[in-house]
Design a protein around this ligand. Sequence first.
Ligand code: PMP
Ligand code: GLN
Length: 387
Amino acid sequence: LNRRLAEFGTTIFAEMSALAASTGSINLGQGFPDTDGPAEVREAAVRALREGRGNQYPPGLGIPELRTAIAEHQLRRYGLEFDPDREVLATAGATEAIAASLLALLEPGDEVIALEPYYDSYAACIAMAGGRRVPVTLRPDRATASYRLDLDELRAAVTDRTRLILLNTPHNPTGTVLTRAELAAIAELACERDLLVVTDEVYEHLVYDGAEHLPLATFPGMRDRTVTIGSAGKTFSFTGWKVGWVTGTAELVTAVRSAKQFLTYVASGPFQYAVAEALRLPDAYFTAFRDDLRDKRDLLSAGLADAGFTVFRPTGTYFVTADIRPLGESDGLSFCRALPERAGVVAIPNAVFYDHREAGAPYVRFAFCKRIEVLADAAERLRKAFA
Ligand code: PMP
Ligand code: GLN
C-alpha cells in the first residue's frame, strides 16, 4: 500500500459492521436504513431491468431521464437552474462524486479545508489526489447541545495554497445544519479568496425543528464556484444502488467527469431509471421521510439520555452524537470496541473523523435510520448496561 493511503487502514464502517455481525449486536454504526425506500421506486428498477433499460453501459453523464429529474429537483426545491446536458452528472454514489471532484480539481500540494469531524472518505480522497487537508474543528456547545463553526477559525485557515473548501451540510456525524449566516460567510470568503467549494449535501432532505437546508450554490457568487453533491442512497433509502450526482457549471461538471470516466466510467444503469422516477415523487414523500426520522431521532436521543449519555441534538442527518464522559468513559474508540460485549449495540467513535483525535475522543455516533422497535430495543439495552 502506498504512503498516501497507508494511514487510513480499513474504514471504520466496515470494521464496525463486521463487529455487529460477529457479535449479533444491533448495528447503529454504519449509516444505512433497515427499511428499503418506496416500493414504487423499487418496482421502477425491476421494470427497467426487465425491459432492458440500463442493462448495458448508460451514457457517461448518466441517462437523460435522470439528469433531467435532478435538474428539476434542484429547480423545484431551491430555484437553482442547471442544464441537464452540461451541468449535471450521475455518479456511483456520492462517494464517487467526492473522489472525482477532488481528483479533478486539486493539484498536488493544494490545501483543502474540511470541517472536522469529517466523513471518512474526505481525508482519503484528498490524500489520493495529492492534496493536503486542513481541518477546521466544529466545536461542541453544551448550552445549545449543538456544534458550531467558528468563522474566524475558518478564515484563518485559508492560505495562498488553499484551493477549495470541502463542505458538508447537513453534517455527518454531528447533525449540524449550517445556518444562513454561516453559509453567507463561507460564500463571502470563497469569493474573496477565489476558492472552489465542493459541498456534500447528501442529507439535504433530513432537517428538523424548522431548520432549513440552504444549498451553498444559492448564495451570491457561488453558483460559478460550487460543486454540489447529492445521493439517492440517502434521499430514497437505497444505499446499495449507488446512485449519486453532481451539479455545477459546465466547466466544473466537465472537470469532474474527466476523473469520473476513469474511475467507474458509469454505474447502476437500471437504478438510474428508478431514481429518475423517485426524484419526481410528490413533496409528501420528502415530508413523511423527514418526519419519520425526526420521531426516530427523538426516540433514540431520549433513550441515550436515559442511559446517561450527554446527547447533542441533531437538526439534520440520521446521526446523533453523544458524549460518553457522564458514563465515566473518555475514549470513544475503546468504548465502541467494547460496546457490543457490554450492551449488544454498535456505534461509531467520532475520533476517527478527526485529525485532532483528542478533540473527538469522548464522542460516539449512533445512527437512527432504523425501525422504531430496533431503536427501542437498543435504547433498552443501553439503559440496562449503563443506567
Ligand atoms: N457523504 C456523506 C456525508 C455521507 O454520510 C455518505 C454516506 N454515508 C456519503 C457521502 C456517501 O454516499 P453514497 O452512499 O451515495 O456514496
Ligand atoms: N455514510 C455512511 C455513514 O456515515 C456509511 C457509508 C459507508 O459505509 N462508507 O455511516
